[in-house]
Design a protein around this ligand. Structure first.
Ligand SMILES: NC(=O)c1ccc[n+]([C@@H]2O[C@H](COP(=O)([O-])OP(=O)(O)OC[C@H]3O[C@@H](n4cnc5c(N)ncnc54)[C@H](O)[C@@H]3O)[C@@H](O)[C@H]2O)c1
Length: 325
């Protein structure tokens, strides 16, 4: 019998890759998702599925009674602009929902330290801000620029509390910009999905500003593997905020001009590349150092950007062909 593993958000873009990776590892997988952006057909067939909201009492009961060895918590509102438009709604879901699950894990211990490892999907793209030269290490000063980043960092602080006071076994994975098959164009790294759609349509790729702004693009399959490794790694006890936090990125900066050029080349499409005015407040450079994940989780990115972009483009192209037939 494999371990019992719960994936919240397992019907979503990254969560469905995570669920698949745990199924492949032989775990008994349960997915909890309210299908607000996720899709039922993205949940692996082998997984048990609960259509529930993470803020609900029913979701807390699933966690309390599920005797899970591992919980990977990915369910979230992921649109930074939505968090800016309505910070309270973002906090209710991204902080409140996470606290509902953490409280349920605590209660499942019946007064003793619960045996569940809780792996939280945090963000390396939105907690550090623009303060230091990339690639940014986990220990760098935190300076979230949005309610979304602030909520993710808050959950990390809450996990520190639950670990120290109630003995919870928590890990935070701070992803850079994740891309890959099944990506929705509205997420943190939506640009790859948007460009793929435009190339297939033969319409222009729009670059905001000079296109020299950089991001760290990590492939979804590599992020899924990081979750599996984090679920069983032997780690030191939780001490300060960053002790159990790991950047999951490539440490490499890629600018938007390079990204558009690479995608256009591999697609062979005739789309033009056009520039629009820079978006105010956009972070100029971002990449996160991954050596700590290498040392302590044994994780390194395995898919080079060109290969990952090709896999992603092919997936979008295939989906379009299927939709037509
Ligand atoms: N995409 C990125 O580049 C990126 C970067 C850093 C961190 N993350 C984090 O990774 C996680 C997954 O993101 P994604 O890009 O796959 O987004 P996604 O929107 O595809 O996945 C989120 C999933 O959570 C579900 N969900 C949303 N609200 C819920 C609720 N109240 N109750 C139950 N389920 C709910 C959605 O239906 C969806 O299936 C998120 O926590 C996100 O913050 C993503």
């Amino acid at each position: 019998m494999g371990r019992r593993t719960l994936i919240t958000g397992g019907a979503g873009f990254i969560g469905s890759h995570v669920a698949q990776a745990f199924v492949a590892a032989g775990d008994q997988v349960t997915v909890l998702d309210n299908l607000s952006t996720g899709k039922r057909e993205q949940v692996p067939r082998e997984a048990e599925f609960h259509k529930l909201d993470i803020t609900s009492a029913d979701a807390a009961r699933v966690v309390r009674e599920g005797r899970f060895d591992v919980i990977c918590h990915l369910a979230a509102q992921i649109d930074v602009r939505k968090s800016v438009a309505d910070p309270a709604a973002d906090a209710q879901l991204n902080i409140g929902g996470s606290l509902n699950l953490l409280e349920a894990v605590r209660a499942s211990g019946n007064g003793t330290a619960p045996r569940t490892r809780f792996v939280f999907s945090s963000t390396g793209g939105a907690v550090y801000g623009d303060l230091v030269e990339p690639p940014t290490a986990e220990s760098a000063a935190k300076d979230p620029q949005s309610p979304y980043g602030t909520a993710k960092l808050s959950v990390e602080y809450y996990m520190g509390y639950f670990a120290r006071v109630h003995g919870l076994d928590t890990v935070a994975l701070r992803y850079s910009n994740v891309y890959g098959p099944r990506q929705d164009p509205h997420g943190e790294a939506g640009v790859v999905a948007i460009f793929c759609d435009r190339l297939i349509d033969g319409t222009a790729l729009t670059i905001f500003g000079d296109g020299k702004q950089t991001r760290d693009y990590v492939f979804a399959g590599d992020v899924a593997r990081a979750n599996v490794l984090a679920s069983s790694a032997t780690l030191p006890p939780v001490s300060a905020l960053d002790s159990r936090a790991f950047n999951i990125g490539t440490s490499v900066e890629t600018d938007v001009v390079q990204l558009a050029g690479a995608l256009k080349k591999l697609s062979g499409a005739s789309s033009a590349i056009q520039h629009a005015p820079a978006r105010p407040g956009e972070q100029l450079r971002s990449a996160i150092a991954n050596d700590k994940a290498g040392r302590m989780l044994g994780w390194r990115p395995g898919v080079a950007l060109d290969d990952g972009l090709r896999l992603t483009y092919d997936w979008f192209k295939h989906r379009r062909t299927e939709a037509r037939t």
